[in-house]
Write a protein that binds this ligand. Structure first.
Ligand code: A3P
Length: 312
């Protein structure tokens, strides 16, 4: 996905300008009990979303903020674009005039009517809980790639992002952020609730779960498995191109074109276990307990390999 994403950058730039003149407590609003940033989401968009006509060949990525959604999103978009290019020629789903903001819940209320007219295959990202997605997504049996990341690194990444990104409330200290993270004050809701809700769908045949850590460990295998799940048939060489373009280094270098000003905030470390630089003993204990209570022993809980990635 080497092309500049003009509309993506426009939306983010405008939101950053709007947020820069707002007070901290004006930045989020609540919809059905979950907080969202006012500069990119709205109740009107949530209401209009139900009109999305999902298709069985939609490529859907579900992931909580800071799980690596931009990373896996690029892999999916690149797989689809590479396939379209070889089967339909250069101008296809990624043409600029067809571009919509890739996160379903971000944009204007007219977005879903426009999306209904887009050619297949559409690539759609979302941070939403399954119950807040349009019902047609589940009815159509569209395939969903569910991306999860160990909760300590999610919190660490979210802390740095909140302090770098004007759209989100910032925190004076890590300790303040940790309390907010553990008490459901995050935009898009609590991560533990997110994991429990998505766990209800984790065994569905149209849902594949992948962890940030397994992708980090073996990106080539991850890309191959993702392509196979969505039935995207590419040669080894084409898959290798997708693997190379999705390295942290390559995405970071290309980020001015793909993400504009957001790029330097988003592509931070791109590693595993950075939480060790922030968590104290008490915070480790609190998160270990929350994990145990909410998600350990479930399909997603086991997939996360908490003992490997979250124990000091
Ligand atoms: P860190 O803050 O730990 O560096 P999201 O896209 O869901 O907001 O997630 C952002 C996280 O994914 C950031 O984590 C970012 O660095 C990481 N990330 C983005 N691209 C990546 C890549 N190509 N490889 C590994 N991590 C990546």
């Amino acid at each position: 996905m080497e092309k500049p994403r003009k509309k993506f950058i426009d939306v983010v730039d405008k939101a950053m300008v709007a947020a820069s003149t707002m007070d901290r407590d004006e930045l989020l609003f609540s919809y059905k009990g979950i907080l969202y940033p006012v500069t990119v989401c709205s109740p009107e968009v949530f209401k209009a979303m139900e009109s999305l006509e999902a298709r069985s060949d939609d490529v859907i990525l579900a992931g909580y903020p800071k799980s690596g959604t931009n990373w896996v999103g690029q892999i999916l978009s690149d797989l689809v674009a590479t396939f379209e290019k070889k089967t339909q020629g250069e101008e296809s789903v990624n043409a600029e005039d067809l571009e919509e903001f890739p996160y379903l819940e971000v944009g204007d209320a007219g977005k879903f009517e426009r999306m209904n007219k887009l050619p297949s295959r559409r690539v759609i990202f979302t941070h939403l809980l399954p119950d807040n997605l349009p019902r047609s997504i589940f009815k159509s049996k569209a395939k969903i790639l569910l991306l999860i990341r160990n909760p300590k690194d999610v919190a660490t990444s979210f802390y740095h992002f909140s302090n770098g990104m004007s759209l989100l409330p910032s925190y004076e200290t890590w300790d303040d952020f940790f309390i907010a993270f553990m008490t459901e004050k995050m935009p898009w809701g609590s991560y533990f609730n997110y994991l429990s809700e998505w766990n209800k769908y984790a065994a569905d045949e149209n849902v594949m779960t992948i962890t940030y850590e397994e992708l980090k460990e073996n990106r080539a295998l991850g890309v191959k498995n993702i392509a196979a799940f969505f039935g995207i048939s590419l040669t080894e060489e084409e898959l290798q191109g997708v693997v190379e373009r999705s390295s942290f280094q390559s995405m970071k270098e290309n980020s001015v074109k793909t993400h504009g000003a957001l790029g330097s905030i988003l592509f931070r470390k791109g590693g595993v276990s950075d939480w060790k630089s922030l968590f104290n003993e008490d915070q480790n204990e609190k998160m270990d307990k929350a994990f145990e209570e909410h998600i350990a022993g479930t399909k997603l809980g086991m997939k996360l390999k908490y003992d490997v990635y979250c124990k000091a």
